[in-house]
Design a protein around this ligand. Structure first.
Ligand SMILES: [Zn+2]
Length: 301
C-alpha cells in the first residue's frame, strides 16, 4: 500500500486562482490543477492508493468553512483514496471545541503552517493547540524549516519544534497510544537539514515525532515543469539517507507536497534509495497506514 502523506487540493471554484497565486509567491510550478480530481488521476497513474490532503488556513476566518468541507467530503473522497485533515489557526477563538469537533467527526489530524500564520512554531498559542491534540489523539502536521516563499523566516526552526515537543504537558506516553503524533514536514526542516540531523537524538527522546519527505528530495528535470535545482537545493540521496538513518525508517512518511511536485517522479526517486524492501514499504505506506487505521476508542469531551 502506498500513501502520500502530504498533498494539497482546493475547491474547484478557486483552485485555478489559488494555484496561480501560490506558484507566483513561491516561484514554483504546479504539476496538477489543484483539484481533487486531478490528484486522484495522478494517484491512479503512479500507483498511489491514498493521499492525505493538508488544508492550510491563513486566517482564523477560514477555519469553519475548511473544516466543514473536510468533514462533509469525507465519504466521497474516501472512494478515490483521499483523506483530508482539518485546519487550525492560532487566532481562532474556539480552538478547543473545534479540535474536539474534528476528532468526533473522524478527522485524523490537523495541519498548521506557522510561516503563513505569522506565528512562531513554539508560540504559547501553538503549544496549547498541540497539547489539546495530544489529549484528543489528533495528529499534528507542521510545516518545518524555511518556506520557499518566505526566504530566511525562522518561525519553524528545528530548535523550535524540539522546544514545542518538550513543552507538551499532556504525557506523551498516553498520547502515543491515543494516536497523537508530531509530524514535521519536509524532512524535519526545509533547508535547515543540518540542524535536523544534529538534533535527531534529542527529538527521539522528546516525543512521538515523525518526518514527511515532502518537497525535500530529488532533483527533477521534467522540462518546464520543475524548479531549477541550482535555485532551490534539495536533499541528495546521501543527505536524505543520513536523516532517515538518524530517525529510523519507522519515523519517515512518504509525501510529495503535490501539486508542487510530481507523485510518480517522487516515487521513482524513493525507490532508487539504498533501502531494504521492508524499509521501503514502511516509508512508502506501512508507517502511514498504521497511523490512519481506525482506532476503537470513544471520543473525549
Ligand atoms: Zn505542503
Amino acid at each position: 500500500m502506498i500513501i502520500d502523506f502530504h498533498t494539497h487540493t482546493f475547491p474547484s471554484k478557486i483552485a485555478g486562482r489559488a494555484i496561480t497565486t501560490l506558484a507566483g509567491n513561491s516561484h514554483t510550478k504546479a504539476f496538477l490543477d489543484g483539484t481533487d480530481e486531478s490528484l486522484a488521476a495522478s494517484m491512479k497513474q503512479s500507483g498511489i492508493d491514498c493521499s492525505v490532503i493538508l488544508p492550510v488556513a491563513t486566517s482564523d476566518a477560514q477555519i469553519v468553512s475548511i473544516n466543514d468541507s473536510a468533514e462533509r467530503l469525507q465519504e466521497v473522497r474516501r472512494k478515490s483514496g483521499l483523506i483530508s485533515f482539518g485546519a487550525m489557526h492560532p487566532d481562532f477563538e474556539d480552538w478547543k471545541n473545534e479540535l474536539l469537533h474534528l476528532k468526533n467527526t473522524g478527522i485524523k489530524g490537523i495541519k498548521l503552517h506557522p510561516v503563513y500564520q505569522n506565528v512562531d512554531l513554539d508560540d504559547i498559542r501553538m503549544l496549547r493547540i498541540y497539547d489539546r491534540c495530544a489529549e484528543l489523539g489528533l495528529m499534528v502536521v507542521l510545516h518545518a524549516g524555511f518556506d520557499v516563499g518566505f526566504p530566511g523566516v525562522d518561525r519553524c526552526a528545528p530548535s523550535r519544534s524540539l522546544h514545542a515537543l518538550r513543552e507538551l504537558a499532556f504525557p506523551s506516553r498516553n498520547s502515543r497510544q491515543n494516536g497523537f503524533r508530531f509530524i514535521l514536514a519536509h524532512m524535519g526542516g526545509w533547508h535547515q537539514w543540518d540542524e535536523v540531523l544534529r538534533l535527531a537524538p534529542e527529538f527521539l527522546e522528546a516525543g512521538p515525532v515523525l518526518l514527511d519527505t515532502a518537497f525535500s528530495c530529488g532533483s527533477f528535470t521534467s522540462e518546464g515543469k520543475y524548479w531549477k535545482p541550482s535555485e532551490t537545493r534539495m536533499l541528495d540521496s546521501q543527505q536524505f539517507m543520513a536523516i532517515v538513518r538518524a530517525f529510523g525508517t519507522e519515523r519517515i512518511l512518504f509525501a510529495t507536497d503535490s501539486p508542487w511536485s510530481d507523485q510518480e517522479e517522487s516515487l521513482k526517486w524513493m525507490r532508487s534509495l539504498p533501502l531494504t524492501k521492508e524499509e521501503l514499504d514502511a516509508i512508502l505506506g506501512e508507517n502511514a497506514r498504521k497511523l490512519l487505521e481506525p482506532r476503537n476508542q470513544s471520543p473525549t469531551s
